[in-house]
Design a protein around this ligand. Sequence first.
Ligand code: FES
Length: 584
Amino acid sequence: MTESKFEPDDNDGNANAGMRKGLTSYGDRGFSLFLRKAFIKGAGYTDAALDRPVIGIASTGSAYNPCHGNAPQLIEAVKRGVMLAGGLPMEFPTISVHESFAAPTSMYLRNLMAMDTEEMVRAQPMDAVVLIGGCDKTVPAQLMGAASAGLPAIQLITGSMLTGSHRGERVGACTDCRRYWARYRTGEIDAEETADVNNQLVASVGTCSVMGTASTMACIAEALGMTVPGGASPPAVTADRIRIAEQTGAQAVRIARERLTIDKVLTPAAFENAMRVLLAIGGSTNGIVHLAAIAGRMGLEIDLHALDRMGRETPVLLDLKPSGQHYMEDFHAAGGMATLLRELRPLLHLDALTVTGRTLGEEIEAAGPGFAQDVVRPVAQPIYPQGGIAVLWGNLAPGGAIIKQSAAEPVLMEHEGRAVVFENAEDLARRIDSDELDVTPHDVLVLKNIGPKGAPGMPEAGYLPIPRKLARAGVKDMVRISDGRMSGTAFGTIVLHVTPESAIGGPLAYVRSGDRIRLSVANREISLLVTDEELARRAKESPVVEPTAGRGYRKLFLQTVTQADKGVDFDFLRAPDTTGKVPR
Ligand code: FES
């Protein structure tokens, strides 16, 4: 008699592997498997194929996401790797989110993408999952979802775009986008040149070519041990990137066989390594929010005080825009993350396990010796002596705020000035360029209501433009404060993530034009020079009404979104218990 292929337990008595995994509930598990196999055979699969370890491939290719424009080539290479290693690749779609094609903000949709990823990884039969992400919010969303799903998972980055050339100058998104737009606003360049440079800023598919959020999250994913070695830096259109994709597919089969689940990789040591790297690369401030969200899925909280201490002893080594001068493709040519990790070795937890089954230390060793290059500096000659990001506290931000000091104007980092307040993004847009605006270069620009609930979705509007009349007079930087975020590609003396946000009644809500504000990065201080009694009086006089929504995702978002220090995740998606803090 032939052995039944529809026993819910395989020959090893394993009911939770391959096509047997997560059978649909019909009350008869044998029938569920019989039905599942009947349907998949409709696509031409044989039993031999269906008996292999199943590797899900979360595809985020989308016509609305040019940062993932190489997804078809990556998927083909991942499938090749999976099949070479004896697995069965199963591609499936999830939401894809691009920075410029998501209203009101991509951050608003990050948690939706994380839920989509988690639930589809959980619902469909797979023994491991390859997560293909790149554009800013996609990698954190996938890591958040995969962390909660708990399967073996491996991240594949789409890779950075190439740089372009504009009238002899090398350009790349999006630091140069901002620079050229600022020149257009002040009348330095005309509409024709603006149109010309618009054709050059994004020279190929792939993610932004500077150390913005996408590049930051790529480096963080590798530092967490979630990519194959060297997975962060190859540009999107290179053979190296395709080879990484093939290796990722093959490694996915190994982690499926070894049951190397994501909790074995996303440990406190891995998060500390990721924070160290974030600081050393002069990474995007958004990296902190995303790390807080991913850590929250594993029951870990980010200790901002400890992170600040870590920052004081971590130099910025990577010479990439916006803190430095190079682009991602230069970082790749300089050896990528292996070059950086080699320099950082004394500050890392070398025993942290990676998705290769080897430790980070073993991977650094395997990468071999370095070579002469000028993109990653030695620790003795850093770009910036301290970490790129400092954490600030004070009566304006009792829950903390952050500043990217490596991208700030040094003379403004110790500054006291008069507040010029904008109540929300619309108010800012209406008045910032008015010749009537009462503002001087020494003032502090304050923008309210762009926090997690305020906008909603914590838009990257913290990079307030310099008022036009000051910009025309040559002012390049001013102290700017908000409860929002800033693109990792932006620069300036900009205080962000003020917590709690103004929309829920944080002190920022009660700042008025004319108040004095003191910023001292040396003392890690952001203070409103107004008494507690006066602030309480203002709160009583004009109490804040928190935003609400009647239905749909916006209702869920406004009811459950957490503040920046908790990663702006939904409260019910975080792990139920906090088991520790990172860094320790
Ligand atoms: Fe996708 Fe910058 S817009 S990475």
